[in-house]
Design a protein around this ligand. Structure first.
Ligand code: GDP
Ligand code: MG
Length: 166
């Protein structure tokens, strides 16, 4: 099995951290500053029975200037060409306008969309349950999976579920 997986989401939710964790190399630039990842970066993970090609993106958000506009186009351009779309959110932040903007862009995508709730190491389990409740009806998600990209919680499970969609 093999497939392409793109990771989208607002800046700073942990997209690059996730790729770096699963690939095990510092291939994507991580930073607290938004928009550090200026181009899509691919990372290949080869396991015994599967190969994953992860595509890191600059993050989809409402563009404020021309460079922002260009970066958003890169992120959107990958959506219909992949096997799975991972929409990553930050568990520390509630649902916001930035998320609605992304969800509107995902409505016409004919690919399985995973809602990845990242940074669960930072929140109370009740907060996580509330977030799941808040998001689950906003789009038809193929899977909703909480993780900590930084600490590694549930990342192996996520890879297993991804495998089942390839
Ligand atoms: P990106 O803009 O979506 O690519 O986000 P980054 O991967 O650059 O991460 C932004 C910040 O969030 C960095 O300071 C990361 O260390 C931090 N971060 C990413 N994942 C996690 C996580 O699971 N838990 C915590 N506590 N911090 C995280
Ligand atoms: Mg990044």
């Amino acid at each position: 099995k093999s497939g392409f997986i793109t990771i989208i989401g607002r800046p700073n939710v942990g997209k690059s951290t996730f790729i770096n964790r699963v690939i095990g190399q510092k291939i994507a630039i991580m930073s607290d500053k938004a928009q550090t990842t200026r181009n899509t970066i691919q990372g290949v993970l080869t396991e015994k029975d599967a190969q994953f090609v992860f595509i890191d993106t600059p993050g989809i958000h409402k563009p404020k200037h021309r460079l922002g506009d260009f970066m958003v186009k890169i992120a959107e351009g990958t959506l219909n060409e992949v096997d799975v779309v991972m929409f990553m959110i930050n568990a520390e932040e509630g649902f916001g306008r930035g998320d609605q903007y992304i969800i509107d862009r995902l409505k016409n995508i004919k690919r399985p969309i995973f809602l990845i709730i990242n940074k669960i190491d930072q929140v109370h389990p009740d907060t996580l349950l509330q977030l799941i409740d808040q998001y689950k009806d906003k789009l038809s998600f193929a899977e909703i999976i909480p993780i900590s990209a930084l600490q590694g919680n549930n990342v192996t499970h996520l890879l297993d579920v991804l495998k089942s969609h390839l």
